[in-house]
Design a protein around this ligand. Sequence first.
Ligand code: PEP
Ligand code: MN
Length: 372
Amino acid sequence: MILILEANTDPHGAEYKKLMDALANLPNIKSRVHTVHGAQQTLTEVYLIGDTAGLLIEEMRSLPTVERVVKVSQPYRVLGRHKDDHRATSFEYNGVRFAQDNLHVFAGLCAVSTPEHVEAMMRALRDNGQVCTRMGAYKPRTSPYSFQGHGKDCLPYVFRLAGQYGIKVIAMEITHDTHVEEIRDALRETGHPTGVMLQIGTRNIQNFELLKSVGRQQDFPVLLKRGFGITLEESLNAAEYLASEGNRNVVFCLRGMKTNMSDPHRNFVDFSHVPVVHRLTRMPVCVDPSHSVGSRDVAPDGILDVFHVTAQGVIAGANMVLVDFHPEPAKALVDGPQALTLQELPRFLEDVRIAREAYEKRVALAGKSASG
Ligand code: PEP
Ligand code: MN
């Protein structure tokens, strides 16, 4: 059960204390408070955990400062959508709004190679009006002998160049909680020229200790990639680990499922789940066409498979596209065969725009708004 308190409730006020005392007297129930600081107001939500089945909505509603009560009807308590639940389906980070009703493209390097490549990428993004990118510094690789990423050494120049070219958010995978510290330190040393969305990859989605520690920090939002060999429910529960520890600024990323039934694609494209994740949760949904398809194959209509599946995700309402580009794919240190070139960037963005427009027309036809 979630108690939504009146806006701007004072956590040091007498009414709030009365509420907390009443909650402390409920047997076998623990409460966890979450505060959302918006531009206009501060919202406080109190999550009641434990033996809540016997609690009466009307009684809880009559407690001091309580404005609304949401009965949790399904397993994703914090991030899920519940009956009469009007909590936000969006969040803002570093001036960029992530929401179930808008779309951002994160085109960039799967793995940082050289400062020259990073700069060429950032320049192309700026020239095409983009403020987000992806940059891999820590790469989880199948073989221990493969390139593992430049790690913290590349962070200062990546962040400085991002600031120079107006990039506001970089999606960057981390595989250990020490990486979060390294990112925080490098941002501080370079004067916070940009922001970082921490990416937790498909291989780490059930690394519960990593989820818990990333969930405990609230400096950075998180991009959580669906597990490639587990159910959707298991992956959404992993997102709930982040949220239950305190970080609700989570974007959920579909990136294809591992099965040889998907051949010749690298993974089986699962973008039909975009509306499903919208229905079950309040998270914005990302699609990763590069890791789904894994090649630069072209269909007879002249459109690359990567473009085709991107459009499939976007026309289904995706809110973010994470896509591999490289100035010189032949020299990419990771995943060169699936990277798009900088010359292809304007066409890619136009293709995304067409698909988004089609999605918006479909929503209008249904007589709804995109955030539901
Ligand atoms: C990546 O985005 O570079 C990556 C390794 O993705 P995934 O975790 O989906 O394999
Ligand atoms: Mn990759």
